[in-house]
Design a binder for this molecule. Structure first.
Ligand code: 6PG
Length: 240
């Protein structure tokens, strides 16, 4: 069963989401010596990254034992303003003592098929003989029900073999790179971060509407052997 938590406003949501990352990092590091964290793009995760980069939070995590991945990326250069890597780097990563070789960015600037394959290969060598099970995956929710770059009606939503895919999004006339549901659902923890009035209706549909993952891809995220959490602010939760 998913855990649903609602906080008074987006600021509290960011603080609680960051506190949960700290807790998850500490547990993972004491369990198996490292913490694998998958980041999302979007404005709600961004507020959480800002909190993690503050002095009070920086010292609560052994950052040299953290490995950073991305759930999705836009097909642009790494210094482009739309790059999910750039957003996380500017807001958080450049302030943290994480070894550069432990930051695995999706290469939005190369041919999408090649970039997806390369990311899968990195992941396979990172997890070696173990199944690719991330300690924590952060996700946002789009107004159309997408999450990561799993957009309604795109092929990545129903992909069952690949871990990362190049995904053409017709309505945006663009390619995206994205982790597949198959991979996300193997994680130990999946946290959706959702804030704002504008998300209330889609959140209601995703959580309480009929099951139609082709239409609302976020519904397909159901970790098989992990814990899913919906961390919301009161505005987003207004219609639940
Ligand atoms: C992206 C994201 C995407 C995002 C949602 C929510 O690259 O666009 O990874 O899935 O998280 O669209 O974004 P907001 O929090 O900005 O609404």
């Amino acid at each position: 069963m998913a855990i649903i938590k609602t906080y008074s406003d987006s600021k509290m949501l960011a603080i609680e989401a960051a506190s949960h990352i700290v807790q998850c990092a500490q547990e993972s590091i004491s369990n198996h010596g490292f913490f694998s964290l998958v980041l999302a793009g979007g404005s709600t995760p961004r507020a959480t990254y800002e909190v993690l980069a503050t002095v009070q939070f920086v010292q609560r995590i052994e950052w040299e034992k953290v490995h950073i991945f991305w759930g999705d990326e836009r097909c642009v250069a790494s210094n482009h303003e739309d790059s999910n890597y750039r957003m996380a780097f500017d807001i958080m990563l450049k302030h943290l003592p994480i070894p550069v070789k432990q930051i695995y960015r999706m290469k939005g600037e190369i041919e999408p098929k090649e970039a997806a394959k390369e990311y899968e290969n990195w992941m396979q060598s990172f997890f070696a003989v173990r199944a690719p099970r991330f300690d924590l995956i952060l996700l946002g929710l789009g107004y159309d029900g997408h999450t990561a770059s799993l957009f309604p009606g795109t092929r990545a939503v129903s992909e069952t073999r690949r871990l990362v895919l190049d995904n053409y999004v017709r309505k945006l006339s663009t390619w995206r790179l994205t982790m597949t549901p198959q991979l996300i659902n193997q994680a130990a923890n999946v946290n959706f971060l959702v804030s704002g009035k504008g998300k209330a209706e889609i959140l209601r549909r995703v959580l309480a509407g009929r099951y139609a993952p082709e239409e609302f891809p976020a519904q397909i995220i159901r970790p098989e052997n992990g814990q899913m959490r919906w961390l919301l602010d009161a505005d987003a939760a207004a219609l639940l």
